[in-house]
Design a protein. Structure first.
Length: 182
């Protein structure tokens, strides 16, 4: 069953079918909200509020775009409203996220993966929240530029420019903080 069929199922009265969307998209929704809000508790509140908004406004979803882009746009707007922040301005360093994705091949690889993940999260947390969000959406979540534009409300050329600048800043921070030659 594709997502458009699931939307129709929910709209026809099967409210439990909405659980598919929650299960499928909650992790990325929390990632987006966390990048904007800066802490897990606020991010969870934002995501819960966003899913409620999505459910109540499901009738306005147009199948022209992906459901995920539509939902992530709601999460983005809710998080920005909740945080009342300026997305493209540096804030003080944020507490390092406890999320680490490691493989289970061997202890050395796990340690190296954990260190790499920690370094990436540390650098992302030192960047302006908007830049970190763009890099997360593009590189970690593999969203296309057009989808990022829909999520953030920026136009595609602006997303490309901001991604270019964010990559450059990421590289500068990696070199200055960790003496990496990228």
């Amino acid at each position: 069953m594709n997502e458009n069929q699931r939307v129709k199922l929910v709209l026809s009265g099967n409210t439990s079918a909405f659980g598919y969307f929650v299960e499928t998209y909650q992790d990325m929704a929390i990632t987006i909200a966390h990048r904007i809000c800066g802490n897990v508790q606020d991010a969870e509140d934002v995501v819960q509020e966003s899913f409620v908004k999505a459910y109540r406004n499901l009738h306005s979803f147009r199948s022209e775009s992906k459901f995920s882009s539509w939902l992530y746009r709601i999460v983005y707007n809710t998080a920005v409203s909740h945080s009342k922040i300026r997305m493209w301005v540096s804030d003080t360093e944020i507490e390092l996220a406890d999320v680490q994705e490691t493989s289970d091949f061997d202890a050395e690889k796990q340690i190296a993966d954990a260190e790499r993940t920690e370094i990436v999260h540390n650098v992302l947390n030192r960047m302006p929240k908007g830049d970190a969000l763009l890099l997360t959406l593009y590189y970690i979540e593999d969203n296309a530029v057009k989808d990022i534009a829909k999520i953030t409300g920026l136009n595609e050329p602006n997303v490309k420019v901001k991604l270019f600048r964010a990559r450059k800043l990421f590289k500068e921070l990696m070199i200055s903080k960790y003496d990496f030659a990228l």
